[in-house]
Design a protein around this ligand. Structure first.
Ligand code: ATP
Length: 384
C-alpha cells in the first residue's frame, strides 16, 4: 500500500524542433488505496505517464514518489509496482501457473511452497483455479485478462498500473470485468492507476479521475464533480454521453447572443460572465426539456429560456430517446428524453434551457466561468 505522487512530471520525446512534449508538468497526488482513473483522448499522454510511473520510460523533468521515496532513477523491477497491459503480455510457452509464478521468481526470494500458495490463493480469488495448467493459447480473451491480473496481484505490489486492460474484451464481458475489477481493488485496497480513453470506465470505476488533454492535466476530481463542475469546456465535452451541447455566443448586456438566439441571464450568471466578450453556453442533453409545440398548444414558445425547434432525428436507445433538434434561431441541440415517449422527426417542439442547469465557458481559454447550480450536499447525496 502506498501513496503515489507525480510532481511536475514532464516527458519530452526527442530534442529540438521535431521533439514531442507528450506529458506537460503533471501534478497528481494519489492517496494510499485510491483508485485513480487517468482518462483522455488518443495521444493525450496517458500511456506515457503510466510508463514513467512504471519505470519503462525516463522522466524528462519532475519527480515521481512512492511513499515519499523518489522513484526517478529506479528501474521497473525495483519499484514494487505491477503493471497490467491491454495486450496481456503473457508468455505463450508457459502455463497459467508458470506465468503467474514468473514475476515472483524474478522479484522475491519466496520458497517454492510459498509461491505456489500465493498463486493458488490468487487463482481462487479470480476464479481461474481450473485454468492453472493450461497455456494462454487455450484461453478466451476474458480468461487471459484474468491471468494477466493474477500475475500482477500475486506479487502483492505497492501499486497497480493498468493500461486499458479491458479494451480487447467484448462489451458485455467488459462491463462484467469492470465491476469485478472495482470489487477486487476495493478488497485488496491497493493504490491503482487505471488508464482508459473510455469515459464510461472513468465515470464508473475511479474514486477520482484525472483528465488529460494534449499532455496537460485538465482536472482531477471525483467523477461527479467532473461531470457537474467541469473545470473547462474540454472536460465538459469529454465526460458525458451524449456530450454536453455547446453554443458559441457573444455577451451583450447580460444576454448570450448567437445570431437570432438570445439567452438572457439572471444576476448571478450575468456577473460571472460580465468580463468575457465571447463565451460558450453549455447544457447537458438530459437537462433540456422538450415539450409539445407551440402549434399544438396554440401559441409561440413562452418565456425567456424556451425556444421553438424542430426534431430532426430521433435515436431510440430503449431506456431513452436521443433527440436531435434544430432551433428556429439557429443552434442545433441534442436532448435525451424517456425512451417510452413517442417523438417523431419533423415535429415542431418547444425546447427549454433551464438557467439553473447551464454552464458558461470563456470563449478564449475555455475555462468554466459558471457551472450549473448544485450544492455540495447534492453531490454527496448523488454519490450514495
Ligand atoms: P492512446 O490512447 O492512443 O494510447 P495515449 O494518451 O496513451 O494515447 P501516449 O501513447 O502517451 O498517448 O502518447 C502521447 C504523445 O507522445 C503522442 O503524441 C505520441 O505520438 C507521442 N509518443 C509516444 N511515444 C513516443 C516515442 N517513443 N517517441 C516519440 N513520440 C512518442
Amino acid at each position: 500500500m502506498a501513496r503515489l505522487e507525480l510532481d511536475s512530471v514532464t516527458k519530452r520525446f526527442g530534442e529540438g524542433d521535431g521533439s514531442v512534449l507528450a506529458v506537460d508538468d503533471v501534478d497528481v497526488d494519489i492517496a494510499d488505496g485510491e483508485f485513480l482513473v487517468l482518462v483522455g483522448p488518443s495521444g493525450c499522454g496517458k500511456s506515457t505517464t503510466l510508463r514513467m510511473v512504471a519505470g519503462l520510460e525516463s522522466i524528462t523533468d519532475g519527480e515521481i514518489r512512492l511513499d515519499g521515496d523518489r522513484m526517478n532513477e529506479q528501474g521497473p523491477a525495483e519499484r514494487d509496482i505491477a503493471m497490467v497491459f491491454q495486450s496481456y503480455a503473457l508468455y505463450p510457452h508457459m502455463t497459467v501457473r508458470q506465468n503467474m509464478r514468473f514475476g515472483l521468481e524474478e522479484s522475491t526470494d519466496l520458497s517454492d511452497e510459498e509461491m505456489d500458495g500465493r498463486v493458488d490463493e490468487t487463482a481462487e480469488l479470480l476464479d481461474i483455479t481450473e485454468l492453472l495448467d493450461r497455456k494462454p493459447g487455450a484461453l478466451s480473451g476474458g480468461q487471459r485478462q484474468r491471468v494477466a491480473l493474477g500475475r500482477a496481484i500475486v506479487r502483492e505490489p505497492k501499486a497497480f498500473l493498468m493500461d486499458e486492460p479491458l479494451s480487447n474484451l467484448d462489451a458485455k464481458l467488459r462491463s462484467q470485468m469492470r465491476t469485478e475489477l472495482q470489487q477486487l481493488q476495493a478488497d485488496l485496497d491497493t493504490t491503482t492507476v487505471y488508464v482508459t480513453h473510455d469515459q464510461t470506465e472513468a465515470m464508473t470505476m475511479g474514486d477520482r479521475i484525472a483528465i488529460l488533454d494534449a499532455g496537460e492535466l485538465q482536472q482531477v476530481a471525483t467523477p461527479l464533480e467532473a461531470y457537474h463542475r467541469p473545470a473547462n469546456q474540454f472536460v465538459a465535452g469529454f465526460i458525458g454521453e451524449p456530450s454536453m451541447n455547446f453554443i458559441d455566443c457573444a455577451t451583450e448586456d447580460a444576454t448570450l447572443v448567437d445570431g437570432g438566439f438570445r439567452y438572457p441571464l439572471g444576476d448571478e450568471v450575468g456577473e460571472a460572465v460580465a468580463d468575457a466578450a465571447d463565451v460558450t453556453l453549455g447544457i447537458r442533453p438530459e437537462d433540456l426539456s422538450v415539450d409539445a409545440s407551440a402549434d399544438a398548444s396554440g401559441g409561440d414558445a413562452a418565456g425567456d429560456h424556451a425556444f421553438d425547434a424542430t426534431v430532426t432525428v430521433v435515436e431510440p436507445m430503449g431506456d431513452e430517446n436521443v433527440v436531435h433538434l434544430s432551433l428556429a434561431d439557429g443552434p442545433e441541440l441534442v436532448a435525451t428524453v424517456n425512451g417510452l415517449r413517442r417523438i417523431e422527426s419533423g415535429t415542431d417542439v418547444i425546447v427549454s434551457i433551464p438557467e439553473n442547469a447551464i454552464h458558461v465557458f470563456d470563449g478564449d481559454s475555455g475555462d468554466a466561468l459558471h457551472n450549473r447550480s448544485l450544492d455540495d450536499a447534492e453531490l454527496d447525496d448523488a454519490r450514495v
